[in-house]
Every structure is written in C-alpha cells, then in structure tokens.
Design a binder for this molecule. Structure first.
Ligand SMILES: Cc1cc2nc3c(=O)[nH]c(=O)nc-3n(C[C@H](O)[C@H](O)[C@H](O)COP(=O)(O)O)c2cc1C
Length: 266
C-alpha cells in the first residue's frame, strides 16, 4: 500500500514537472520575438535620444512614436579599418548584430594591449552608423560607443553635428556603475554638458588632427574641449575618456569621419 502511494506521488511530481517545463519553455520561446522587438525599439529610442530627436521621459510613454521618428534615420554599416560604407548586399543592417560579431574571428579582431584603450579585448571589424539628413543635407551622425568603466562595460551613443566634430548629444543606456557616482553617466543633466563641445582641434599645434582632444576633467570643464567630471567618480570618468579616445581615434571611427568629411566637402 505504502509502495503504491509513493509510486503515485512520484508519478504526480513527474507529470507536474513535465507540464511546468513545457510551460516555461513555451513562454521563453513564445516571448523571444517580443523581447527582440522591445530591444530593437529601445535601441532606436537611445539613438534618437542621443541626437536630441526623442525628448520623452522614461516610463511616461510621451515623446512620440519611436518607429515614426526613426524614419528620419538612415542606418548604414561601415568597415572600421578604412571607414568605407559596406553595401547591404554584403552585410544587411537589418540582421547585422554588432556585439555578437565580436565573438566571431572573421568579423572581429583581438586588440593589442596598446590599442585597447577601452578595455574591449576584441573589436568588431564592422560598425553601425546612423545618419540623419535634413533638407537633403547631413544633419547628424550617431555612432555607437562602449568601454570599461570601474565596474562594468558602459554602452552608449554619440551624436555629432554635420561638421563631424561638434558633439550634439551623448547617451549611456547600459552600465553597471554605482548610482549617484559613476552611474551619473546616465544622468541627462551630466549628458547635457557635452552638447556643443568639440571632439577634434583641427589646428592643434601638436598636430592632433585625427585624434580626439576632448576630455572630461576633474571639477568644472572650461572651453570647447573640456567636459565637467562627476565628483567621486574619477575612475568611471577615466573609463569614459578612454573609450572616447578609442572610438574617435584611428582604431575607431577616425578613418570613417575623415573619409566622410572629405566626401561632404566635395
Ligand atoms: C561602494 C563604492 C562604490 C563606488 N562606485 C564608484 C563608481 O561607480 N565610479 C567611480 O569612479 N568611483 C566609484 N567609487 C569611488 C572610487 O573608489 C574612487 O574613490 C573614486 O573614483 C575617486 O574619485 P574622486 O577622485 O572624484 O573622488 C566607489 C566607491 C565605493 C566605496
């Protein structure tokens, strides 16, 4: 009798476990497309936010329809080594996953210690770039950036004005820095301090053309090449400085910006 009870209880547990596993798997698989769609929407929102084209406050649902606003953005892929555009037949922006491409030897490369200012380990060979045109002319270029802070990899976007040097906006949308300290990189007030600053100094006497001169300084930044540092967060600020040096230098978007500038000036 006892044996029978144990067997039926065991059977009931097995059936319940099976039903639950089917439900959980079904939910995970069924929700994946929705998660993917949400991620894409969020990414579009961050790109628009960097360019100042989306003003909505998080969670309010205000700020406009993201997909409609994103219609003014042209998405392209560039080859980082020479800054050339890659035709969509070769790499389709609709399916290209930039971060995932860093896991593949053919689409990424290992960075040497001297090169790896942003602490990435590997770097993708191709990057997304987002162009906003107004009245048939380039208005803004939005570029993805990332790099190591104190505790985490910080992910963001930088929007440049048509001169390809003036910062029109910056966002950090994912990081693991401490709220109130390094976490202030996601604070819109701190981000607003970047607007109008200059990445490059074309007539720099040290011949720094092509290498960014903009930097975050401790305390209050003055002039076009300095941004205010967040106090108590020097290590995170160093990380942001390093990633800006990396992404806007010769191994990042430097070749693209120089090439594109030449094209625009023609
Ligand atoms: C719990 C804890 C969390 C911290 N988080 C950060 C951080 O996110 N970013 C950062 O730069 N410094 C952080 N710090 C402070 C650093 O250890 C370091 O003191 C600071 O970067 C120095 O900045 P300051 O020269 O502007 O004071 C944290 C410290 C503690 C104790």
């Amino acid at each position: 009798m006892n044996k029978e009870k144990t067997a039926s209880a065991f059977l009931a547990v097995m059936v319940l476990a099976f039903v639950c596993s089917v439900l959980v798997t079904g939910a995970a698989v069924g929700l994946r497309p929705r998660q993917e769609a949400n991620r894409t929407l969020d990414q579009k929102k961050n790109i628009l936010r960097a360019a100042g084209l989306y003003q909505g406050k998080e969670g309010t649902g205000k700020g406009g329809d993201v997909d409609t606003l994103f219609q003014q953005v042209e998405t392209k892929i560039i080859r980082l080594a020479d800054g050339s555009f890659v035709p969509p037949e070769e790499l389709d922006p609709a399916t290209f996953h930039q971060l995932r491409s860093t896991l593949d030897n053919t689409t990424s490369r290992k960075l040497s210690k001297e090169e790896d200012k942003a602490g990435l380990g590997r770097q993708e060979k191709f990057s997304m770039v987002y162009l906003v045109n107004k009245g048939g002319q380039l208005d803004k270029v939005i570029l993805p950036i990332r790099g190591k802070g104190l505790w985490s990899t910080m992910y963001g976007y930088v929007a440049l004005a048509a001169d390809l040097s003036t910062i029109s906006g910056i966002t950090f949308y994912e990081h693991g820095e401490t709220p109130g300290l390094g976490g202030d990189i996601a604070n819109p007030d701190w981000q607003a301090g970047w607007q109008g600053k200059q990445l490059y100094a074309p007539d720099n006497p040290e011949g720094l053309e092509g290498q960014p001169v903009l930097e975050i300084v401790k305390g209050h930044g003055t002039g076009p090449y300095q941004v205010d540092g967040v106090s108590g967060a020097t290590l995170t600020m160093n990380g942001v400085n390093n990633l800006m040096q990396f992404w806007f230098g010769e191994h990042g978007f430097g070749p693209f910006l120089q090439r594109y500038k030449g094209f625009l000036e023609k």
